[in-house]
Ligand binder design. Structure first.
Ligand SMILES: NC(=O)c1ccc[n+]([C@@H]2O[C@H](COP(=O)([O-])OP(=O)(O)OC[C@H]3O[C@@H](n4cnc5c(N)ncnc54)[C@H](OP(=O)(O)O)[C@@H]3O)[C@@H](O)[C@H]2O)c1
Length: 222
């Protein structure tokens, strides 16, 4: 059993938490407003789910999922995440996040921006390319013919191995998409972002196998 901390427990954070609880992991959820606002969510998730402050969730996690708007990354710099594997689900959108010059000029990827706020953490990008409702509905056990795949990106082989094992436990295969600097290949608007899993209007989604994810990554341009 892994303890997974969550910084941000909205659409994608709470969906990952639900899959994690179903896979037998312990989850510690947090948001910006305080643990009391997560009481209903943890009650629904059951006895392996807890609500905490962001500092407590960061400290508790063997793996920590950061699932907040990109504009909030600078607010995370004081969290106790040194040495931890941190999964970044973030997608940059200037309409929501406001302009961020390094991202607008493509001199950094959004995951590199998170690493700048958390220099002692080990960041791996994952889950950013799938609609949360599809993430919920497309999970399948290992060996299922319709198991879907997700790309991950990062610079640490041990952290990627830990994230791969975690994603596999949730019901997904993994494609290694390269480094954090190269994680633009799975960023907003790229071929692997959303499209392989079908239209948002179909909440069930469509399974996307390893070949589909590799092919989509290979056609990314910027
Ligand atoms: N929605 C999707 O299908 C999807 C899929 C893949 C990736 N993403 C990306 O994942 C990220 C999260 O998306 P979402 O849809 O889950 O957003 P969301 O539903 O708006 O949830 C955001 C969460 O972040 C929390 N938060 C904001 N600032 C914080 C801070 N400074 N410290 C701690 N927690 C903070 C919010 O807390 P409060 O509720 O207290 O404000 C909320 O729990 C975004 O970058 C998004 O682009 C989304």
């Amino acid at each position: 059993m892994t303890t997974v901390g969550f910084i941000g427990s909205g659409n994608i954070g709470s969906t990952v938490a639900r899959l994690a609880v179903e896979a037998g992991h312990r989850v510690v959820l947090s948001n910006s407003r305080g643990p009391e606002t997560l009481a209903d969510t943890v009650a629904e998730l059951g006895p392996r789910a807890f609500a905490a402050t962001s500092g407590e969730a960061a400290a508790a996690g063997d793996i920590v999922v950061v699932s907040v708007p990109v504009k909030a990354f600078p607010e995370l710099s004081a969290l106790p995440l040194a040495g931890k594997t941190v999964i970044d689900t973030g997608n940059y959108g200037p309409e929501r996040d406001g302009p961020i010059p390094e991202l607008d000029s493509a001199s950094l990827t959004s995951s590199e921006l998170l690493r700048r706020s958390l220099p002692d953490a080990v960041v791996v990008k994952a889950f950013n390319n799938i609609f949360f409702k599809h993430l919920r509905s497309l999970a399948r056990p290992a060996g299922a013919p319709d198991r879907s795949y997700l790309p991950i990106a990062g610079d640490s082989a041990p952290a990627k191995a830990a994230v791969t094992a975690f994603l596999e436990s949730l019901g997904y295969g993994v494609v290694d998409a390269g480094s954090l600097a190269g994680s633009w290949r799975q960023a907003t608007g790229t071929p692997v972002w959303g499209t392989p899993y079908g239209p948002y209007s179909d909440e069930k989604g469509e399974p996307a196998d390893e070949n589909a994810i590799r092919a989509a990554l290979a056609t990314a341009t910027r």
